[in-house]
Design a protein around this ligand. Sequence first.
Ligand code: WTA
Length: 695
Amino acid sequence: VVGRTRINPISSNRFRSVMITTAHRLRQLPSRRKAVASDDDHLILPDQDFSQQAHIPSFQKYQEMYKRSIQDPAGFWSQMASHFYWKKKWGQQVYSQNLDITKGNINIEWFKGGITNICYNCLDRNIESGNGEKIAIHWEGNEPGFDDSLTYNQLLERVCQLANCLKENGVKKGDSVIIYLPMLMELPISMLACARIGAVHSVVFAGFSAESLEQRIIDCKPKIVITCNAVKRGTKVINLKDIVDSALSGSSQNGIHVGVCLTYANESAMKREVTKWQKERDIWWQDAVPKYSTKCDVEWVDGEDPLFLLYTSGSTGKPKGVLHTTGGYMIYTAATFKYAFDYKPSDIYWCTADCGWITGHSYVSYGPLLNGATVVVYEGVPNYPDPGRCWDIVDKYKVTIFYTAPTLVRSLMRDGNEHVTRYSRKSLRVLGSVGEPINPTAWRWFFNVVGDARCPISDTWWQTETGGFMITPLPGAWPQKPGSATFPFFGVQPVIVDEKGKEMEGECSGYLCVKNSWPGAFRTLFGDHERYETTYFSAFPGYYFSGDGCRRDKDGYHWLTGRVDDVINVSGHRIGTAEVESALVSHPKCAEAAVVGVEHEVKGQCIYAFVTPVKGVTYSEDLKKSLVLSVRTNIGAFAAPDKIHWAPGLPKTRSGKIMRRILRKIASRQLDELGDTSTLADPSVVDQLIALADS
Ligand code: WTA
């Protein structure tokens, strides 16, 4: 089972990057230098017993299906779609697309004319097929021993009550609803209730600040905001209602008045009585929702009607509202979930992601529920009350599929094996990873220590924009290589292009693009189709450009090498450098700021900020703290810079462009690799920066 070759752990920075400049500000092209040979050659063969029971038992079977999915996408995806309920079948044309900006507007449609509802397919359909009494959600609270569960029948009743309540409060098909909730059961319930009545949900991760929430409220103008009074994460109580109050008052000042704030009283974190209240606007969930009928008719929608908006960071400007529609997203999340995790009805599935991110949309809520799965939803943090909590939860619910992020793997690895090995973990059969490249060392620890060298790891590469998995192992179907996401999912045609946009064959390294659409692809950026076209389809005409670098090895395995634009990936969270910079310069004592990502042992990358204070201001620790606070209040704690580096000046070209390549080298202390600094307007700033490195 374990690899053919034994190799030494390889450092995660084996892909050194070189700077290239194009009109699209692409940052780094992964080095053409091959990874250490043993890395590419280290195969972990699938266990025969596992393969025999798997949906896709061999590479040959995969190839047959993959070939068909590429040659006949319409036939392939129609067959996948036929497992679901359609009130009316889609039109003659299963899909239509234009991904080539030189040929007109970008346009992607799947299952248009088909009439369906994703909530119906998640709940009613599974109940009708006899699974009403199956557990849909096991909810585990922050405090051990504090838990709850809902069967599919019960979940449907809860969803219907909320759906009726939303309708009564004026929410109609096509209206948007902002959901700002922690990982309570009420979060997936809220998403499903919106979907049931054709409303477009926009979940905002409950770690975002009031200002970020306000920005999103102003952008999508929701009819209602759903939140709770507070949440306890670890030992910390966070008053979410205060944050929402501040966001709503801010949006009101900008002319966007939200009439209703439906607030769940999370009394384990905070008593109702101490929650600030605006009588004319705020409604307690527990007072309102249970009064409604547990039945609610479905609003039937078109396959191309919007399902949700999810804001994500890009290299420039304000967050982008990624829009997903109903039919294609439904089929795609369901199929990817089933195959990439080899899901069987007897599985108990736990994904540690928060529903505030795309992973929580596609693989906490929709994908698993569409498959009728039992899902564990965990409210707390993974190392509370101690670093064994995850395995305690795995043993408690007999979790069989465990899906998490490399940052968590690395942090648990650092805490020591004893926290893992004192739990049984016998139930586990498939592991998953998402959010950033998983370095081979962490991969091996996950495989050997957590999975006892029995469980295949699905390292799933995908994005908010892609809706579902794009490149991922199918467990049991082929040998794994630690750190490689391996091969494309059905229907996905990844291509690696050079800086001129030329598709490369065989062993190569470059920019990762996708040729042709897939059902889960996003359709636009909310309210800004032009930005959609320029951000994703103009860098390399004819392709969707992911923003990631990728290498393909001699065996055709894909190795993701990280972002090539100005997006930083901190603990699997996408953060735009421009957003952090604008938060810093909003501080009255900050004249200028430049932010870069630096490798970090646990977080993958961390945020490193160069700051030029306004004239006359002296450097101080207090000022550093208040600059960091500025980012926390503008964006959220998760985007706080790890380091503020004082910069009397920033390295700029004569035309005024900041040379981030140099900043990156200074930040990572690769001072002998600064390269040519002679083109700088003032080369002496580099020495000044180096001198201030540790102040
Ligand atoms: C990164 C999260 C390598 C990548 C689902 C991508 C990964 C960004 C992987 C999207 C992986 C995600 N291997 N890199 N398995 N999964 N990424 O939109 O840089 O929050 O572009 O979606 O995360 O982040 P997003």
